[in-house]
Ligand binder design. Sequence first.
Ligand SMILES: C[S@@+](CC[C@H](N)C(=O)[O-])C[C@H]1O[C@@H](n2cnc3c(N)ncnc32)[C@H](O)[C@@H]1O
Length: 257
Amino acid sequence: MSGAEDSKYTRAHVMGSRRREAIARMLAELIPVDPAWPVIEYGCGSGANLLALARAYGGGVRIIGVDPDPLALEIARQTMGLSYPLIRARMEDHVLAPSCAQMAVLSFVLHRVRSVVDGLAGVLHSLRPGGRVVVVTLSHRQIRNFCLRDWFPDLVEANLHRYPCISKLSQEIADVGFGDVDVQDFVHRFSWSEVDFSEFVLGTGSSNLARLPLGERERRLADFWESGKGKLERGWDASYTVLTATRPSHDCSAIDN
Ligand SMILES: C[S@@+](CC[C@H](N)C(=O)[O-])C[C@H]1O[C@@H](n2cnc3c(N)ncnc32)[C@H](O)[C@@H]1O
């Protein structure tokens, strides 16, 4: 399948966890939506957030997923059974009608785009005046404090290079033309029983684990399960950064082409 060669998704990799539900509930409290206007998730991947958003906002909200990865979208359709419109595109492609949406969610995606400014410009273009963008990401402090840092030090190191600094990101959001940029921490207290470790074992962590020689990989995983469970079962606070911003009502820049 063309374009799937660099996909990080596999058929077995259906990401999901209480984190999504918690973040979606927080968004539903923070930002009310009007059922007349769609909510878009750019970089929706295999669609777990789309489901969480639909649950948190209740019936009536129109949801659209956008992602360039065909395999992720296929998993969203086939495995997750999603019937929302799912569009294969990058956020910078301007594939959606101008000013068509009231909210755009970008969850753990801006560290993957080639140009944050071009990506955000595409998002601005698709939002109606007064529409909101929500960026869920990690600050460098949060990356360093990652609860599994002892088991995945290479992931911490890689993420420090990958993820943009929050101050730079806020500035870029403003530079693109958004107003009212707001940054807040969102803390979710996990307990052992509610953690879906498939994200670490099949997902994020696996790309690092997969590169290790087999013996080393087995040793790290055994260490993770044995020593980790004792520490982690008490629960821990996972912290994310949530940036919100608004397309100004007087701005016509997003509808001029
Ligand atoms: C780490 S995953 C996040 C998936 C989901 N949003 C979540 O929170 O779990 C990043 C996703 O962004 C997508 N992506 C990468 N570049 C993109 C772009 N330029 N525009 C939109 N999505 C992009 C990838 O295909 C991938 O599915």
